[in-house]
Design a protein around this ligand. Sequence first.
Ligand SMILES: Cc1cc2nc3c(=O)[nH]c(=O)nc-3n(C[C@H](O)[C@H](O)[C@H](O)COP(=O)(O)O)c2cc1C
Length: 187
Amino acid sequence: MTKTIGLICGSLRKDSYNRIVAQAFTEMDSSLQFRWIEIRELPLFNDDLDTDDGGPEPVRVYRSAIRQVDGVLIVSPEYNSGIPGVLKNALDWASTPPKTAALLRKPVGVVGATPGGKGTAFSQQQIRQTLDAIQAHVLPFQKVLISQVREKIDADRGVLTDEKTRTYLQRYLQHFVHWIDHIPVLD
Ligand SMILES: Cc1cc2nc3c(=O)[nH]c(=O)nc-3n(C[C@H](O)[C@H](O)[C@H](O)COP(=O)(O)O)c2cc1C
């Protein structure tokens, strides 16, 4: 059956390099469907808003989008050696209610790109820590740390042009999709 992969970008910036990287995934395997899961409209997390009817409309739309996909790829920058606030906010909204949280046992891959040299390593560490707390399944054996991203894209066209990075991402995507079918089911 055709798998659907959700894409969450941890940057709200119009010309986000991470969004360009995420977009590249959508061109790498025609047997997959991709769906953007947007986080821009989510309110700041507030437990008072997290009502039994599913909460505010953007939260309901967001949670439902996660539930409908077979796996989620998070492609995110790093801010001040950590997870972008907008992404943490989105992950918190996908963490409740605990027993039926949208990200509970959802297969997730974590990818990041930066114009700097460390490839978002600190941010990815924090993203994984949060996903661990939510009990999402995080692809354990492969990391994608894209450094010097400006040299790897054509910013005017919004395209990831670096062939080595494209090949690496394609293999990562293959592993991610294969792994989804091999995650042990726990009750
Ligand atoms: C407030 C702020 C803090 C940043 N901190 C880091 C950082 O700790 N590590 C890093 O690699 N890049 C850092 N950057 C640079 C971002 O990687 C860069 O702005 C990148 O383009 C953001 O991703 P985007 O293009 O997907 O929006 C920071 C940028 C801003 C605005």
